[in-house]
Design a protein around this ligand. Structure first.
Ligand SMILES: [Zn+2]
Ligand SMILES: [Zn+2]
Length: 364
């Protein structure tokens, strides 16, 4: 078993108030029972991160306090294990998930731990600690040199996958959960709306699962990226009506399944209009507010199934395998890397899509 020199303190990027980040020197956390301490090697910035920085998740109580350490799309190496940890040892290379369920509620017992019934009951402020964690959202995250994780949130990284690519596990997993819920029809037609990192992963995953044709809807350089990564048809919604075009491409029948990854307020409506009778629409994106319209009569007449898809439960093993085989071309999603000290600049490049940025990775 390897041993590691673990320092007393570490660098951490902390959110001290909305729109105010500070590099801090803080104690290295200690793993409790069933937990391990990880040296964080790579953390990717997620679309949710800038939103949280700006106070866009006050309704969800993210972050619950200041100063707060964000970051949830990470990979690193185990350097110490807590009491009772058997499977993992120091030296193991692991990729993380943001969610660790309580493990005992009815949803967790059925494997639905991202919708744990004990969400947020974490023992803070004298509340009952059910063991639920949502790292980087209401529990300390990965924008630091070290962090502690429950082993249920960890997966071994295949040898040929580096830490930066392994940090794509979360994003690719969010896509894959939606793709699985939609149920790709082998040889059929899949539509992905929104060629951001999640949409691009969904597109590559549909192909890996045997979709006959994947149509990507988007615009600009990201749509070009989709073409480069293997989308069969790219529809620029600024140049043509995506609903009309999908119907034309399918002889008026519609797509077998639509993965909505764009977050545009009118996309769920369009998704229902371009999917075939008895087709499925997976809502993978989140929206500025809850007042999104769907064509209820069309949903009824056409027996359309709409499924919500939250985060990435039970998909990391498959996704890491796909990152290993190249079915998901993780390295092509990463456009920039920055040290932890330059986190603010990294967020700016990511958020404002500077020089074609897609996934921006931090090296703490
Ligand atoms: Zn994320
Ligand atoms: Zn639970």
């Amino acid at each position: 078993m390897d041993t590691y020199n673990i320092p007393e303190t570490m660098k951490a990027m902390t959110l001290v108030a909305y729109d105010k980040l500070e590099l801090a020197q803080i104690p290295v956390p200690k793993p409790g029972p069933g937990e391990v301490l990880c040296r964080i090697k790579s953390v990717a910035i997620c679309g949710s991160d800038p939103k949280m920085i700006h106070g866009g998740y006050k309704f969800a109580n993210w972050p619950p306090y200041f100063p707060f350490i964000m970051g949830h799309e990470w990979a690193g190496q185990i350097v110490a294990v807590g009491e009772g940890v058997k499977d993992f040892v120091p030296g193991d290379r692991v990729a993380g998930e943001a969610h660790a369920g309580c493990g005992t509620c009815d949803n967790c017992k059925h494997g639905h731990y991202t919708v744990c019934l004990n969400y947020g009951k974490d023992g803070r402020d004298g509340a009952l600690d059910t063991g639920h964690r949502h790292y980087g959202f209401y529990w300390q995250g990965a924008n630091a040199e070290y962090n502690v994780y429950k082993v249920s949130a960890l997966h071994w990284i295949p040898d040929n996958v580096d830490y930066d690519v392994a940090a794509m596990n979360d994003c690719a997993g969010v896509a894959f959960h939606g793709v699985q819920l939609a149920g790709v029809s082998p040889g059929g037609t899949s539509v992905v709306m929104g060629p951001g990192a999640i949409g691009l992963c969904a597109m590559m995953e549909c192909k890996a699962l045997g979709s006959g044709r994947v149509i990507m809807i988007g615009r600009g350089s990201k749509l070009e990226k989709a073409r480069e990564l293997g989308a069969d048809v790219c529809i620029d919604f600024e140049k043509e009506d995506p609903v009309q075009r999908v119907l034309e491409l399918t002889n008026g029948v519609g797509a077998d399944e639509v993965m909505e990854c764009s977050g545009a307020m009118d996309s769920p409506m369009k998704a229902c209009q371009m999917v075939r009778k008895t087709g499925t629409v997976a809502i993978i994106a989140t929206y500025h507010n809850n007042e999104v319209l769907i064509p209820a009569n069309t949903v009824n007449f056409n027996e359309i199934r709409i499924v919500g898809s939250k985060a990435n439960p039970n998909v990391s093993e498959q996704v890491l395998h796909f990152l290993s085989t190249g079915a998901i071309q993780g390295e092509k999603l990463i456009t920039h890397t920055f040290p932890l000290e330059e986190y603010e600049q990294a967020v700016d490049v990511f958020e404002n899509k500077k020089d074609g940025s897609l996934k921006v990775v931090i090296h703490p």
